[in-house]
Design a protein around this ligand. Structure first.
Ligand code: PLP
Length: 425
């Protein structure tokens, strides 16, 4: 009994989906390397690494073998009162590569919870020190996740209506650019002076959900320095940018001074298991360290530091450190730059940007004229055997580090085909 698409509709409620519009969900039955395979055997190149998770390719035996080993050793334990080698090793490996000063690792289950944890940490940090600071400053068009704290700091969600009365107190500032920076600096300073700001949260250098919008590290340095000098903690949400995607291990590595707190998830476990980390400095940890129980951080998830997820993360980090993967990241970055130089001359292209393995282009078209552009682009690419998720009029790539030269060529070719198709309308 196959017929997955029809059976799916019976009991399943999919994320980010209006089922009333009667969408079909394509059944995928296997994946390997850069490819996804549907139930009829059609292959699709995974051009966005399944939402930036499977950066070492799907079902990579170097990852899965380590998880299988762990599965026969220790499957799951309570992480309160117990500890275990995979979590310990992971913390040691992470602290080696995390920005200077970040040396405490707190586990949770997904990107949103890593942000909620960061926000709670920041609020309690001040509370424990006897200061009442209630405001969080976040960037416009930010995306930090879908739980209440993460949703509060996100500026993108147009579907937050039902929850607006229940969100945290947020002050939102524009994303810095060369034109607005002077005014922004003044405005941010004013906010920091007038209000009790607990923390400043941002996606460093690349706002993923805002169609891979990029902004310069130097401007972020200025804003972070302002926050620091007013006693607010800085929170870098590297759930998307973490682990090599920007060309360095972390986007924060481009900054002059690291943040106080870093959120990690997505490719942390190489796409094998859900897990997230909120990593912080000794200074943050120190505000919780006391003989008084109530000053502790009373937040915990049942599956915190699941050993299988830790094993996957360790395998992923070992791969990331190899010359093969590091060379690959540089190779993809260079090919993106070459493609960018070529494609930006196309009359259908308004602008392009790239950083590390991230490439994005904006189409020079009025979306209204093209009907449901996003769905049409999505279907065009899928027909060509390429899985991409265009956002508005932006097409972007974030391929696995392990993608082969000819597979990358196919991704670029499909984009060129798409531009041709659009220019003949
Ligand atoms: C995806 C994402 C999140 C949310 O992570 P989930 O695992 O989907 O909850 C938060 N922040 C950023 C920057 C993300 O890209």
């Amino acid at each position: 009994m196959k017929n997955y698409t029809e059976r799916d509709k019976k009991h399943l409620w999919h994320p980010l989906t209006q089922h009333g519009l009667n969408p079909d969900h394509l059944p995928l039955v296997s994946a390997r390397g850069s490819y996804l395979y549907d139930d009829r055997g059609k292959a699709y190149i995974d051009g966005i690494s399944s939402w930036y998770t499977c950066m070492y390719g799907h079902c990579n035996p170097e990852i899965t073998s380590r998880v299988k080993q762990q599965l026969d050793q220790l499957d799951q334990v309570v992480f309160s009162g117990f500890t275990h080698p995979p979590a310990i090793e992971l913390s040691e490996k992470l602290v080696e590569i995390l920005p200077e000063g970040i040396n405490k690792i707190f586990f949770s289950d997904n990107g949103s919870t890593s942000v909620d944890v960061a926000i709670k940490m920041a609020l309690q940090y001040h509370f424990n020190r006897g200061e009442k600071r209630n405001k969080i400053v976040a960037l416009e068009n930010a995306f930090h996740g879908d739980t209440f704290g993460a949703m509060s700091v996100s500026g993108l969600s147009v579907y937050n209506g039902p929850f607006e009365d229940f969100l945290l107190e947020i002050e939102r500032i524009p994303v810095p650019d060369d034109l607005n920076m002077d005014a922004l600096e003044m405005r941010f300073k004013q906010i920091l002076e007038d209000q009790d700001v607990a923390a400043f949260i941002f996606e460093p250098l690349v706002q993923g959900a805002a169609a891979m919008h990029m902004y310069p590290a130097a401007h972020l340095d200025v804003l972070m320095e302002l926050a620091r000098s007013h006693g607010a903690l800085t929170i870098a949400d590297e759930v998307m940018t973490g682990f090599g995607k920007t060309g360095r291990n972390f986007a924060s590595d481009y900054l002059k001074e690291g943040p106080d707190i870093i959120c990690l998830s997505k490719s942390l476990t190489a796409g094998v298991a859900p897990m997230a980390l909120t990593c912080c400095s000794q200074n943050v940890f120190g505000a919780f360290y006391d003989k008084e129980v109530s000053k502790g951080f009373f937040h915990g998830h049942t599956y915190s530091a699941n050993p299988l997820a830790c094993a996957a993360a360790l395998a992923g980090m070992d791969l990331l450190a190899t010359e093969t993967i590091q060379d690959s990241i540089q190779r993809i970055a260079e090919r993106h730059l070459q493609f960018e130089a070529e494609v930006k001359k196309h009359p259908m292209v308004k602008s392009t940007r790239s950083l590390g393995v991230i490439f994005a282009l904006d189409l020079d078209i009025e979306t209204e004229r093209y009907g449901n552009l996003r769905d049409r682009l999505y279907r065009f690419f899928m027909d060509q055997g390429v899985f991409l998720r265009p956002l508005g009029n932006t097409i972007y790539l974030l391929p696995p580090f392990t993608i082969a030269e000819q597979e990358l060529t196919l991704l670029y070719a499909s984009i060129l085909n798409c531009l041709e198709m659009l220019s003949h309308e």
